[in-house]
Design a protein around this ligand. Structure first.
Ligand SMILES: [Zn+2]
Length: 284
């Protein structure tokens, strides 16, 4: 009887399981070193807070949402989570890094820019048109390159930039015509493009369960390749194994209502975390 049962179980493991896996019915965990290291970057900061709608500043919204994602991921011991800011500004780790490595960060930035210029000049990298963004001030550019340098040095598996969107219009206090979320990823020629895109797809499919993707004509694809955003590793400033994405969770003027805004933070954080876990923990 016992032998029969063992044979039955063995035959299931040997023959049926692989069939189910091949058929995509069972997801097996991907072999990945653990803990999986994630850096969350709530976009902008207290000095330059991005867009604003009434009294709501984008940097504050980004921080609330990023903190919720941080707290959810932190509960799972398979992840080691980092965040660049908290309610008092840059965390000690990052504030110290920016001030102690100021000179190194600037030479890192110049070095990657020079290497990219060479690639463009010799034709191995083709410049493409990107969706227009407000260009980073030199203060913000140094911070973003500093974050990329830190990410490369600390073997981070994924860096996720958290933003809310806006667009230039006559009166920033009115409700604009665009709505919905978009995820920006490194354009396909960039060294960290492939896996960044796969991560973006997993998060996109979760967010899309509850939210529409952007109706802005340049964001209609939902996942948008970009070469120019430092956050994504422009000038190949992020190494190959760092997945980088920038999520614009929605247009800021759609979140004027406080109750609805706080509900959105919870939903967005939950969906983002499911997307991250699906990417890192399930076989595709
Ligand atoms: Zn922003």
């Amino acid at each position: 009887m016992l032998i029969k049962r063992i044979i039955y179980i063995l035959s299931f493991v040997i023959f049926i399981c692989p069939i189910l896996v091949l058929a995509g019915n069972i997801s097996i965990p991907v072999e990945i070193k653990q803990p999986i290291k994630i850096l969350l970057v709530p976009g902008h900061d207290n000095e330059i807070w991005g867009s604003q709608y009434g009294k709501i500043k984008e940097a504050d919204m980004n921080l609330v949402l990023a903190t919720k994602i941080y707290n959810l991921l932190k509960k799972d011991k398979r992840f080691e989570v980092f965040i660049t800011r908290d309610s008092s500004g840059y965390t000690k780790e990052f504030a110290d890094y920016f001030s102690l490595h100021q000179v190194d960060i600037i030479s890192f930035k110049e070095d990657v820019k020079k290497k990219m210029e060479n690639k463009i000049n010799n034709g191995s990298f083709v410049k493409k048109e990107n969706v227009p963004h407000v260009s980073a001030t030199s203060y913000m550019s140094n911070i973003l390159y500093g974050i990329n340098k830190w990410v490369n040095e600390n073997n981070i598996d994924a860096v996720i930039h958290i933003h809310f969107n806006d667009y230039p219009r006559k009166n920033a206090w009115t409700i604009g015509k665009y709505k919905g979320f978009a995820i920006y990823t490194p354009e396909e020629q960039m060294i960290n493009s492939k896996e960044s895109n796969n991560l973006a797809k997993d998060i996109f499919s979760q967010l899309h369960k509850k939210y529409i993707s952007s109706n802005y004509e340049k964001e209609l694809d939902g996942i948008i390749p970009d070469q120019s955003l430092i956050a994504l590793g422009s000038n190949d400033s992020l190494v190959e194994n760092v997945r980088s994405i920038l999520i614009e969770y929605g247009y800021i003027y759609r979140f004027g209502n406080s109750v609805m805004r706080h509900k959105a933070y919870i939903n967005m954080a939950n969906l983002t975390v499911v997307g991250i876990k699906n990417y890192f923990l399930l076989a595709r």
